[in-house]
Write a protein that binds this ligand. Sequence first.
Ligand SMILES: C[S@@+](CC[C@H](N)C(=O)[O-])C[C@H]1O[C@@H](n2cnc3c(N)ncnc32)[C@H](O)[C@@H]1O
Length: 391
Amino acid sequence: MPHIKFKNFSITDFKPDRFRATEVLFIANDSTLRSTMVGVKLKGVEFLLELKRDRRGSWILKYDKVTRPLDVNLLKEAIGDIADGLNLDIIYSNIRLSKVPIANSAEKSIESFENIKFPYDKLSIEVGFGSGKHILYQADHNRDELFIGIEIHTPSAQQLLRQIELKGIDNIWVVNYDARLLLEMLSSNIADRLFVHFPVPWDKKPHRRVISPQFLKEAMRVLKVGGRLELRTDSPKYFWYSLETFLGEGVEQSELLIRKNVDLDVISKYEARWRRESRDIYDISIISREESPERDIEIDFTFNSLRFNSKLIDNPPKGSHIFDGFFISLKKIYIVNKSSILLKLSFGSFDKPEQKYIFIDRDRSYYFGMEPIKSYTNYKAHMAIEEMLNV
Ligand SMILES: C[S@@+](CC[C@H](N)C(=O)[O-])C[C@H]1O[C@@H](n2cnc3c(N)ncnc32)[C@H](O)[C@@H]1O
């Protein structure tokens, strides 16, 4: 990931300003002064860069995992603009702009799904596409259908975006987020197929699995009547776990198709590996047979009354605060100046928490970079955050 290393730098001379196309909005220090967050805006996108000093006294300016934009060139450009503007004494850099730019029109942010119009009647979604081999094959062979690929691993999402650019494919959208949260953003009865191929089994941490009763509920809501969720796995444990979930207590009716060692038209990277090891491969498809009601969700993540109060710095809420179905944990406080702070929080449901930054000054407070996903759990957490921080 892009970063630069430099020496002979005085942090006190670094002030918010415009550095070529990059606007530095604020500079926020944590109490130990070991980490500094730089709030930047470039081409309309807000994100953070982290500034750190290492043991030998040199400095590093790098991306922040929570707010980083998918387009790695944006990160490189912002770091480059600041480096040039401050005339930094650079000792290492890996910010040369990529030759193949990321196909921006294929990249979709999770929030854009709120009121999105789909360009085709047919829609398939692939969860955790990894190398992208399956989604690229499907999109190439079904040009009148839209394919949404959702992948939590950023380098895989970037790799697929480059493939899309190189191959000139225009019916794939790529989302770099947790798939369990994307489904909650989508309208009901819109998808024909939902592929979950070779999900991580998480045998020791089953709460991290993609398939769960909640995921199944959202998947069945999002699927059209006749649409199907297709799970393919080499893990017998995951297979039996999914079968149990698909026939479980909360499921009134279900129609399943189960197969073992049946070939698909395309072999993904993971499947190729398991085949070399002669592992059995299981498929379970669950078919949606009912029209689902539209989700009614009026959610607004504005903070109505949360404003800067120095008590938040002197006496911050500590540890994890557990509520009914969600939690809130304040991870870090960064001081911007005498009357503004940046908070890093983790919150939401226990199995798919969100990490976000909140900027607070005397006049306003807002989620810096990106708002949380519009789920009821996040909304309840948001209201509780406002109450908890209003000290
Ligand atoms: C074992 S790989 C399989 C990749 C691909 N489907 C294949 O068959 O080659 C699992 C993929 O799921 C992704 N993944 C895991 N949890 C996810 C989640 N909650 N949302 C989106 N992607 C996820 C991982 O990053 C990884 O790329």
